[in-house]
Design a protein around this ligand. Structure first.
Ligand code: SAM
Length: 295
């Protein structure tokens, strides 16, 4: 088997051999710290029973660790210049498939069914994400019908803090709620910018998402309405809940009275900032607004 590539010397060697420069536009920051790579695989709790989807394998540093730990790995890489490197680095493994695909355009349920020999086994996503599309990737994973057994991903530390934020804090927002709706989020560990080549200008963190253990206290009547309401409420963070709700009644006095009644019924102060509302309060608000014909 080839030498492990997740270190500075081997990364430089490979980049030289293949005349590569990290492409900023593709969010390429290659991990060169073996301790971090092992830590990601450990945080994801990968076993030989697992199917793993890796997003953005890059030069294959994380891929080879995943291949050693998992049953099967399917890696999606957008940059076709990296395919020869990956074929070289991963030649010793027979359980890895690299697909030249944009993850945002991938049909994940079909991919799981067609690429994995045992699609019924747990499917986990593991990645050092391209940071420029962190939120779209997370939302795509969350909105996918695939029942992820886990999502363990590295991202900018500031974004990681938003994922696990508590109500009333500046980091709490629609991304936090989209995650909390389906998954339990845990910040696994932080990673210095010095662990990458080239070094990004921010520090990073690994977030581990697992399916929610506790059932939702209230079920939403409509997920679509719930998330539309959440997006509307966070459109102007500094405004009150009442002012953020205005698009739902505009100048219609009847609807305005209905909205007032909804807030009274739920004992919600119209002057409260939306960022203070818990997920359950948003669900109750969306349900009550739906019943009052406000959508
Ligand atoms: N996994 C490698 C590592 O840890 O060293 C590379 C991580 S690098 C931060 C992100 C990788 O995602 C790059 O290889 C980049 O080319 C790839 N990438 C960027 N946009 C992508 C997309 N839309 N779909 C799939 N891969 C993408």
């Amino acid at each position: 088997m080839t030498k492990a590539i997740g270190n500075l010397n081997r990364t430089r060697e490979l980049m030289e051999k293949y005349h590569l420069r990290a492409k900023k536009g593709f969010g390429q920051n290659f991990l060169t710290n073996p301790t971090v790579l092992d830590g990601i695989v450990k945080a994801a709790a990968i076993t030989k029973d697992d199917n793993v989807i890796e997003i953005g394998p890059g030069l294959g540093a994380l891929t080879e660790k995943l291949a050693a730990a998992a049953g099967q790995v399917v890696a999606l890489e957008l940059d076709s210049d990296l395919l020869p490197v990956l074929a070289d680095v991963l030649s010793g493994f027979d359980n890895v498939t690299v697909l030249n695909q944009d993850v945002l355009k991938a049909d994940l349920p079909t991919l799981v069914k067609t690429e994995f020999a045992h699609p019924e086994r747990p499917v986990k996503v593991v990645a050092n994400l391209p940071y420029y599309i962190t939120s779209p990737i997370l939302l795509q994973l969350l909105n996918s019908p695939v029942a992820w057994a886990g999502i363990t991903v590295m991202m900018q530390k500031e974004v990681a803090e938003r994922l696990a934020a508590k109500p009333g804090t500046k980091d709490y927002g629609s991304l936090t709620l989209a995650i909390e709706y389906r998954m339990d989020a845990k910040l696994a560990f932080t990673v210095s910018r010095r662990s990458f080549v080239p070094a990004p200008n921010v520090d990073s963190a690994i977030v581990n998402l697992t399916p929610r253990k506790a059932a939702l206290a209230t079920q939403p009547a409509s997920e679509k309405q719930l998330f539309a309401l959440i997006r509307t409420c966070f459109a102007h963070r500094r405004k009150s809940l009442w002012n953020n709700l205005k698009p739902y009644f505009k100048k219609d006095e009847e609807k305005k009275a209905a909205a007032t009644a909804v807030l009274e019924k739920l004992a919600l102060d119209p002057q409260i900032r939306p960022e203070r509302l818990t997920l359950d309060q948003f669900i109750q608000l969306a349900n009550a607004m739906g019943e009052a014909g406000l959508f």
